[in-house]
Write a protein that binds this ligand. Sequence first.
Ligand code: PHE
Length: 465
Amino acid sequence: MATQRGGFSSRLGFILAAAGSAVGLGNIWKFPFEVGQGGGAAFVVMYLIFCFVLCFPVMVAEIAIGRKTQLNPVGAFKALGYKNWAIVGYLGLASGVLILSFYNVVAAWAFGYFVDILFGTFNVGEQAFGTFVADYVKVGGYGVLFMLSTAFIVSRGVSGGIEKAAKILMPTLFIMILALIVYALTLPNAMEGIKFYLIPDFSQITGKVIYSALGQAFFSLSLGMGALITYGSYVSKKDNIVSAAAAITLMDVGVATLAGFMIFPFVFSQGIETDGGAGLIFMTLPGVFESLGSVLGIVVGALFFLLLSFAAFTSTISLLEVPTAYMVDEKKIPRSKATWIVAIFIFIVGIPSLLSAGAVDSLTHFVTLKGAGDKSFMDFVGLIASDTFLPLGGFLIAVFTAYVWKKENFNAEMANGDEEIRGSWLQSYVDFAIGYVCPILLGSIFIVTVLDNFLGIRILDILFG
Ligand code: PHE
């Protein structure tokens, strides 16, 4: 059975693949603009704390559930003997399908920018981003390519596909980001950017900023949908999963932190406002690259969007792997066939998102929510899957681990491959967090998201003024 599913060939392979899942658009696209909106360094400090205090224990729990059962998220809960809890696995599948459906579109933007900049067909200017994303034939083409590449890797299996890709992509990504930082630091005003990024102004911290930092940390570590249950199911019983989770968290946090050292010098070199919102990467940076001159601008710009594409790629791989593993384990469909079925299905689910960036008006202005206002189809799916389902899934996983599966069993799985963890302060902390900190915080994020966005009840303003 185990041989049919495959598995990681080494602990390092697992760490790189899981770090690849974590490091994604969240780190390079979303993190800097959240920092910009959350007042710079104060947001960074909170983000770092949340990654370790809240997210790390959930990651250990997910990996432990996966490794214990050697199954996909749905099968895992069943195998532990709790059929009803398989609903958490199904919620994870739904999250994975929905997230990948729009994530692939943003990945297609990144890849499309890379190609256009490289071949000199990129039009910089006020309208460039709007024109680009509304061109659904072009973006759709890049989207097909991105999904095909993702499916190709996943269809080749865990060690032959996912692990191999991560072992190439992750070090390359790291080198690219370092090269871009070194270059960015030579730009005029770079230091202003670094100051904004590193000197915290704690007066900027509001309930809303704390809420965003929590959500961002959780999304960035790919938690709450069983991606880490799935990857954990391919980990050897002999491996130390606690230190692996620490390494994964560190790499993710490391790349997000590094992304700031690259983006803010770029942005400040042009004297641009930092709270540029989601357009920071796709609207602001191309102008910065253009100002570097034709050759340098192409090199730096293409390198940047290639970096973004690589980061997205290792994440789309993990997103596709979750439903694929479900089809392989539960439906007994051969991996390759399962991969293609799921990939095609998800691409189709993503078509309205593709069309909702200006191409079709009714999708671009899809709903008006009581709290969140006007949302495109894509934003709406993001709100449901990333902002609502993930914290809910994380809450349920924590509650399950602490109160249903129970501490003793969880701790026994943690100690597999790491006898020293027994009775250590780290284990005590993880147990405490899974039982109290994580359910409380994740439950709160979920409630705030629902109240604030869907019902228009500004609970954070009410509580924190
Ligand atoms: N962590 C990824 C990112 O930061 C997104 C992701 C979420 C991937 C959930 C897999 C599962 O971009």
